[in-house]
Design a protein around this ligand. Structure first.
Ligand code: SF4
Ligand SMILES: [Zn+2]
Length: 330
């Protein structure tokens, strides 16, 4: 005779029961998340998307915590990241294929790299066309921009006559878009661009002509063209009709300054890698020389991220305390 207890007979579930069960399950799932392996190679490069870059913070974190080869992501983070990537892909691919005619006097071309998934044929810095080899439908490939230790990806280049604009898509919430509009209307400083987004797009603007200088020579696709600035396209995650475009113009003088800054960041990043490889007080003191914030106010205004606060923020502006903290991780 079986000793197994018969399952308790449950009363037919009502709506309250289902709500409690599902809400609890959902919360549990949101808290758990997933851990994935990261590519250690990625850590060897300065990504313009992670600018503004602080050599001190990066060196400190990497020495203290080690170079993590795993990344934990909660369900919520995963949701936002994947949603952002999907919207990006769609915009790059779909908007990139559109012909923009009659909006301004000169035709507007959206340029990128295109790859045919059927035969693998690639076309670079060009407008969308069906594959010139097999007539397959090409898909968008990001434009990689590489300078020594720096690697970034550009969403799109827009050409109007001989003017080039570097464009980056940013997904955001509808609430933020409304707030931006309201602040603009009331004469307050607008919400966009965020400091991080501005630093990223301006680094592309500064580097573009230098990295792709061959393309600007006679016979190249950008002969006699000039990069005139960057555009940040803020698109709502929830409502495709809500968007804001922020234009950041850059004349020759500004571009020269931006290029200088990118080269400097790149060099400091290279030094930081060496300091992390062989940690020493001398190396960390060198990183202090290049640190990103000049004061607590500067940190709050330009570097603070409430989701990812700097672990050194409390001691960074009191030299004695900072040195003690750094000594403690060696
Ligand atoms: S407070 Fe600013 S300068 Fe200091 S470590 Fe953090 S980011 Fe760098
Ligand atoms: Zn093809």
């Amino acid at each position: 005779m079986s000793t197994k207890k018969k399952p308790k007979k449950l009363a037919p579930p009502d709506n309250a029961f289902v709500q409690t069960m599902l809400q609890g399950w959902w919360k549990e799932a949101s808290d758990q998340g997933t851990t994935e392996k990261t590519d250690p190679e990625r850590m060897q490069f300065l990504r313009p998307s992670s600018l503004p870059f602080c050599s001190l913070r990066t060196a400190y974190t990497r020495i203290y915590e080690g170079v993590d080869d795993e990344r934990h992501m909660s369900f919520n983070e995963n949701f936002y990241v994947n949603q952002g990537s999907a919207i990006h892909q769609l915009l790059q691919d779909f908007v990139g294929r559109m012909k923009i005619e009659g909006v301004v006097d000169t035709p507007v071309e959206t340029l990128g790299h295109w790859k045919c998934p059927r035969c693998g044929h690639k076309r670079r810095f060009t407008t969308y066309k069906r594959c010139t080899k097999c007539r397959g439908r090409s898909t968008y490939e990001e434009i990689e921009i590489r300078w020594r230790n720096t690697v970034g990806h550009i969403d799109k280049v827009i050409r109007i006559g001989n003017m080039l604009f570097i464009l980056d898509y940013k997904t955001t919430g509808t609430k933020a878009l409304i707030k931006h509009r309201m602040q603009m209307a009331s004469g307050e400083a607008p919400l966009f661009p965020y400091v991080k987004n501005r630093a990223q797009i301006l680094s592309y603007v500064g580097l573009f002509e230098r990295v792709f200088k061959k393309l600007f020579k006679k016979g190249g696709p950008f002969y006699k063209c000039t990069v005139v600035g960057g555009i940040l396209a803020y698109i709502s995650r929830e409502d495709v009709f809500r968007r804001e475009f922020v234009y950041l113009p850059a004349d020759a003088k500004t571009k020269a300054r931006l290029l200088k800054q990118s080269i400097k960041d790149d060099k400091v990043f290279g030094r930081m890698l060496k300091v992390v490889e062989k940690p020493s007080m001398k190396g960390l003191k060198e990183m202090i020389e290049h640190k990103a914030c000049s004061s607590r106010e500067d940190y709050v205004k330009n570097m603070e991220d409430k989701w990812d606060p700097c672990p050194l923020a409390k001691v960074c502006f009191q030299r004695k305390k900072l040195l003690e903290e750094l000594k403690g991780i060696l």
